[in-house]
Design a protein around this ligand. Structure first.
Ligand code: MLT
Length: 264
C-alpha cells in the first residue's frame, strides 16, 4: 500500500484488526524484514509496517537529516490511518526512531518494544565510521554496503549455516537506493543521546536482543532494561542483530507474551 504525505510517497502495510502494532525497520532494510511478524500477528492485531524514506516503496527525502523526520512521517501516516495510539516495535535504527517518537509524541505510544538497539548516541569514532560507510555507499553502492552489513546483522552461525537467509537479507539491502543509505547514515550520526529519556518512560516496554548481536550487544539492552522502570528483557538464542528474522518463533512468542501480559 502507498500514500502521499508531505508530497512524498510512503509505502506501508496495514492488515488485521485489534490493537495497532507499528513495526519500524532497521538500516539498511525495509518493511519486508517484518514479514514473519506480520504473518504471525495479523489474525489477532492490526499490524502496520512502514518503509522509512528512501527504503522499500517510500520516496527518498533528501533533505531529511534527522531521525525526527522519520518519526514525524510515521505519526503522519498513523493520522492518515486514523490510529491514535499504538504499540511500537523498532529494531536498531527503528529503535532510534522510536526514541524520537517517544520524545516528541509520547501520547501516541501505548507500549513499546526496543529490539536490538541502544539508547546512547554515536561516539566520535562511530560518527567517523558512518562517514566512511557513506563514502563507500556513494562510491560502490548497495552491494558494498551489503558485504559490510551482513556480518553485522546476522549471527556467525546464520552466516555459516543459513545461506538462503543471508541471500534474502542481501536482496533487501540491494533494493535500498544509495541515497537512502547515505541519508540514514547522516541521520543516525546526528541522533541525540536518549539515555536520559529511559528513566522517564512510563509505558510498558519490552527490550529484546539476539544473544549473538554484535552491532548492539546484550550489554546495551541490559543498560536500557535496568533504567526503564516498566521494562522486561528478553534474549533470543541463536540470533544476531536481526533477531526477529533469524528466530521469528522465539521473537514472536516474546512479543505475544508481552502483549498478553499487559492486555494490549
Ligand atoms: C541497524 O541495524 O539499524 C544499524 O545497525 C544501526 C546502527 O548502525 O547503529
Amino acid at each position: 500500500m502507498k500514500t502521499v504525505i508531505n508530497e512524498a510517497t510512503i509505502g506501508y502495510t496495514d492488515q488485521g484488526n485489534g490493537t495497532p502494532l507499528v513495526f519500524i525497520h532497521a538500516f539498511p532494510l525495509s518493511k519486508s524484514m517484518w514479514q514473519p511478524q506480520v504473518d504471525a500477528l495479523k489474525d489477532t492485531y492490526r499490524v502496520i509496517t512502514v518503509d522509512l524514506g528512501g527504503h522499500g516503496e517510500s520516496d527518498i527525502v533528501l533533505w531529511n537529516d534527522s531521525l525526527d523526520g522519520y518519526a514525524k512521517n510515521i505519526i503522519h501516516l498513523l493520522d492518515h490511518l486514523g490510529v491514535v495510539q499504538a504499540v511500537f516495535v523498532g529494531l536498531s535504527m527503528g529503535g532510534y526512531t522510536l526514541f524520537s517518537i517517544y520524545r516528541n509524541f509520547s501520547d501516541r505510544v501505548k507500549a513499546m518494544v526496543l529490539a536490538d538497539t541502544r539508547a546512547q548516541a554515536d561516539t566520535e569514532e562511530g560518527k567517523t565510521g558512518r562517514q566512511s560507510m557513506a563514502e563507500v555507499a556513494f562510491k560502490d553502492g548497495a552491494p558494498a554496503i551489503a558485504s559490510i552489513m551482513l556480518p553485522k546483522l546476522l549471527a556467525p552461525s546464520t552466516m555459516e549455516h543459513r545461506p538462503e537467509m543471508v541471500e534474502q537479507v542481501r536482496q533487501m539491502i540491494l533494493q535500498t537506493p544509495t541515497a537512502g543509505i547515505v541519508v540514514d547514515l547522516v541521520a543516525m550520526a546526528a541522533r541525540p543521546d536518549s539515555t536520559d529519556l529511559l528513566s522517564t518512560i512510563t509505558c510498558p516496554t519490552l527490550v529484546i536482543v539476539g544473544e549473538d548481536d554484535q552491532a548492539t550487544p546484550i550489554a546495551d539492552s541490559q543498560y536500557m532494561a535496568q533504567r526503564i522502570p516498566t521494562s522486561t528483557l528478553a534474549t533470543i538464542p541463536q540470533a544476531g542483530h536481526l533477531s526477529n528474522f533469524e528466530q521469528p518463533a522465539v521473537f514472536n512468542q516474546a512479543l505475544k507474551s508481552f502483549l498478553e501480559k499487559f492486555c494490549l
